[in-house]
Design a protein around this ligand. Structure first.
Ligand code: FAD
Length: 269
């Protein structure tokens, strides 16, 4: 007999699994179809040699949102996020290394060995980025409003966003408008003189994209990354996670199985 479902999700990568989780929470009974024998997509851990496991594609946790971690109780199901003390080591051709620590004060101390002005600039940049990206981060969680006939929820969301932009104050409001279309290289040059520091911070605006540091809009990528990764706003990289695949397997085996069904090795007909 033909089986009917209200929602079928094709692909059991982390986006498919998270979507299924929230749909199940909202009372639907989604079916996830995954063509591989394992769910998790790019976030899987595999054994490449007996006894040796690693994340075989993604090497860091990307923009994993804190509310998703909380809602899905990922920590209780084995997720461990590791923040290395050193976030980036940038090597120069003259044999020096610029070390950026996760701790902003320690990073500023290290930068002061290169330039006292840049050490101060690093803290200023971090503060401005934190303020602006918080507002952008809030806006990213909203469902885009219906422009033709906005609902009361849409209007409330727009009002809240407008208010938080206004609360930034004139200087940072102006920065939001000016920074977005800029090149990341231009943006970092406003704060730093030291070339390795400029390159390290700007890298976050081009990593994983087809942009270069002088591409228009690369500053926006940097802002968006900072907005979706509040723990690592000024640094170039995010904390990483050694066993990324583990929670994905547990989503299915323990947390979600009563709520939604996942069939592996099931490409759609
Ligand atoms: C080389 C590389 C490195 C990356 N490194 C990182 C990183 O370190 N950190 C990070 O955050 N992001 C990284 N990314 C980006 C990240 O991989 C993606 O943003 C993420 O995987 C998207 O998740 P997803 O669930 O949408 O899709 P995916 O993870 O791609 O999952 C899709 C799933 O759908 C299944 N599928 C596809 N077609 C079908 C079908 N027809 N029927 C059934 N199943 C199907 C696939 O088997 C897969 O399991 C990297 C990307 C690449 C290419």
């Amino acid at each position: 007999m033909a089986e009917t479902r209200d929602v079928v999700i094709v692909g059991g990568g982390h986006n498919g699994l998270v979507t299924a989780f929230y749909l199940a929470k909202a009372g639907f009974k989604p079916l996830v179809l995954e063509r591989r024998a394992q769910v998790g997509g790019a976030a899987i851990t595999e054994e490449f040699h007996p006894g040796f496991r690693c994340s075989t594609l993604a090497h860091n946790a990307g923009s994993l949102r804190a509310d998703v971690v909380r809602d899905m109780q990922l920590k209780q199901h084995g997720l461990e996020l590791v923040t290395p003390e050193v976030s980036t080591a940038s090597l120069t051709t003259d044999g020096r290394a610029l070390i950026l620590y996760a701790d902003t004060k320690k990073a500023a101390q290290e930068i002061s060995r290169w330039s006292q002005k840049d050490a101060t600039g690093y803290a200023d940049f971090g503060n401005a980025l934190a303020k602006i990206s918080k507002v952008i981060g809030q806006a990213l969680t909203l469902t885009p409003p219906n422009i033709d006939s906005p609902s009361s929820g849409d209007l409330w969301g727009m009002l809240k966003t407008g208010r938080s932009i206004r609360n930034l104050g004139k200087k940072d409001m102006y920065r939001v408008l000016r920074w977005g279309p800029m090149a990341a290289a231009d943006l970092v040059s406003e704060f730093f003189d030291t070339e390795p520091l400029r390159a390290t911070v700007a890298a976050r605006g081009i990593f994983g994209t087809f942009l270069g540091p002088w591409s228009a809009g690369s500053a926006l990528v940097l802002l968006l990354r900072a907005a979706s990764d509040p723990e690592a706003r000024a640094r170039s990289r995010k904390p990483w996670q050694p066993q990324q695949g583990k929670p994905a397997q547990r989503f299915v085996s323990t947390l979600m199985s009563p709520k939604f069904e996942s069939r592996m090795g099931s490409p759609p007909a």
